[in-house]
Design a protein around this ligand. Structure first.
Ligand code: HEC
Length: 240
């Protein structure tokens, strides 16, 4: 037991460093919004998949879940030569990639929404700011000294982070825009919401089905409760 508590504390302290003191922004996840999931999938294919895979996700599954046909999937969601039965791999060689990115290869993102949480992802993807000291010229608010460039700079624009001094320590205050992107802030937030929605879906594609099924199970249990109670009364009637 002590071992477990130790591991737990260790994990907490190592992961906590990245978001110490920063409040995560809330994001509305709606796995029934298929249009949003599709837009998120398109963003993943065009902005992320050159480096990251989501190898536990198959195109055929996306087609079935989002009600898309094979042509739509191959036109909107596939990069490179792939078939509907392939999974969302990346063309990038992992070893080569880790050499490019300061020794850290881009991780597979199939389960990232479950390990990091949707709010962390939403804050992370909007949280890149200019920092000349970093090799890619950017740092990240919730993932200090991250080895990923800001892939959204063209649509988001460039921003710098303003820190205020609290008890001698720099504490994040706000972002200030340095250069506008192609999207307005609202449009960009919407786009990142779609992408996070997609990553949450990829983390557990069966969730909407499970929730729907769960309602029937609860209904069954309630009906069964009434029946069991009446049966119990019937049996005990003769005993009393
Ligand atoms: C040019 C390559 C590249 C692209 C494109 C890219 N990333 Fe990354 N990403 C990386 C690298 C490298 C890391 C590892 C950073 C580290 O651990 O310091 C990373 C890390 C991450 C992490 C943190 C994973 C974790 O839990 O530690 C997330 C989340 C992520 N990327 C999401 C995305 C999303 C979403 C996109 C598309 C919008 C994207 N990335 C596009 C290279 C890339």
């Amino acid at each position: 037991m002590k071992k477990f508590i130790g591991i737990f504390l260790l994990l907490g302290s190592c992961c906590g460093v990245a978001w110490a003191g920063v409040e995560l922004d809330s994001v509305e996840i709606d796995l029934d919004d298929k249009a949003s999931l599709k837009r998120g999938g398109q963003l993943f294919a065009s902005y992320c998949q050159s480096c990251h895979s989501a190898k536990h996700m198959r195109y055929s599954r996306i087609a079935a879940d989002l009600g898309l046909n094979e042509d739509e999937v191959s036109r909107d969601l596939m990069i490179g030569p792939k078939t509907i039965n392939d999974s969302m791999t990346t063309a990038m060689d992992v070893i080569e990639a880790s050499e490019w990115f300061l020794g850290i290869g881009p991780p597979d993102l199939s389960l990232v929404a479950r390990s990091r949480g949707s709010e962390w992802l939403y804050t992370y993807l909007r949280g890149f700011y200019l920092d000349e000291a970093r090799p890619f010229g950017v740092n990240n608010l919730v993932y200090k000294d991250v080895a990923m460039p800001n892939v959204f700079w063209e649509i988001q624009g460039l921003q710098k982070a303003v820190f205020k001094n609290v008890d001698g320590k720099p504490v994040f205050d706000t972002f200030e825009s340095v250069q506008n992107g192609r999207m307005s802030k609202e449009q960009f937030d919407r786009a990142v919401t779609d992408l996070v929605n997609f990553l949450v879906y990829v983390g557990e594609p069966a969730k909407p089905e499970r929730v729907r099924f769960g309602k029937y199970v609860i209904l069954f249990l309630l009906i069964f409760l009434v029946l069991a109670y009446r049966l119990k009364k019937e049996y005990w009637k003769d005993v009393h």
